[in-house]
Ligand binder design. Structure first.
Ligand SMILES: [Zn+2]
Ligand SMILES: [Zn+2]
Length: 263
């Protein structure tokens, strides 16, 4: 499997992706908002884009579909319940479905509601797993729930699916928000030395060569995986006086999500 991360340099800081089979050169484009850049990258590598996947229905993920399909005649894949919001869908996806790319690449579909209720993440079946996490999981952050999502479901997705993936899973999110999100981590957990060190490293990084994190790293620097941190809990109790001394992780997640909305 070859992964090409494409920085769109737009105001929303979207990342687009090409995932290719090294044997056949067939490729899938993930959320190819910047169709021009995605097509140019495929041309440069000699890849043939045969599938397009939208992680979810928001315009900054689907906005390139029309241009991509007219240039490549690729099949369009998205969550099975996204059909009314994503015109021209060819294949509706559900949990556990397998997407094949060329001869060598297999991607497993995870049904990951929360940011929207029709959101999929893709997990590669490779020696080192890779997760294409759309707007569900960001580096050092979690998706918001303002546009069709629900924080309860987002918590369940994190706790029951994402947190259980192998620690060496590489994380490929839908946006470059790492520096801003690490600011939130440090606001919630000022004693998080790893987050501080990482922020120094990525603050001025070139998004064309962005750091690719792992789930193990996220568990160190992403507040939404750190629901048992004593610092996070005691800081939350300063903001929410009714929070118990030993709150359950779901409550911690929901309070963090709430604070992040206005941070
Ligand atoms: Zn979104
Ligand atoms: Zn987005």
């Amino acid at each position: 499997m070859i992964v090409e991360q494409i920085w769109t340099a737009n105001a929303y800081r979207n990342f687009n992706y090409l995932i290719a089979c090294p044997e056949t050169g067939e490729a899938m484009a993930v959320d190819p908002l910047d169709a021009k850049k995605c097509l140019a990258a495929a041309r440069e590598h000699g890849w043939d884009i045969t599938q397009i996947l939208n992680t979810h229905e928001h315009g900054d993920h689907t906005g390139g579909n029309r241009a991509m399909i007219s240039a490549t005649h690729a099949q369009l894949l998205a969550h099975k319940n996204a059909g009314s919001a994503i015109p021209g869908m060819d294949r509706g996806l559900g949990a556990g479905d397998i997407i094949k790319i060329g001869k060598t690449v297999e991607m497993e579909v995870l049904d990951t509601p929360g940011h929207t209720m029709s959101h999929v993440c893709l997990l590669s079946h490779t020696d080192t797993p890779a997760l294409f996490s759309g707007d569900t999981l960001f580096n050092a952050g979690a998706g918001n729930c303002h546009n069709g999502g629900h924080p309860n479901e987002l918590y369940l997705t994190f706790a029951n699916q994402l947190a259980k993936l192998p620690d060496n899973t590489q994380i490929y999110p839908g946006h470059d928000y790492i520096a801003n999100n690490l600011g939130f981590t440090l606001d919630r957990e000022p004693d998080n030395a790893r987050a501080k060190q990482l922020l120094d490293k990525v603050r001025d990084q070139n998004p064309n060569r962005a750091l690719v994190s792992t789930l193990a790293l996220e568990k160190e620097i992403n507040s939404f995986f750190r629901l048992h941190s004593p610092t996070i809990i005691s800081r939350l109790r300063q903001s929410f006086a009714d929070l118990p001394e030993n709150p359950d992780p779901k409550l911690v997640f929901l309070k963090l999500r709430e604070l992040r909305n206005s941070w």
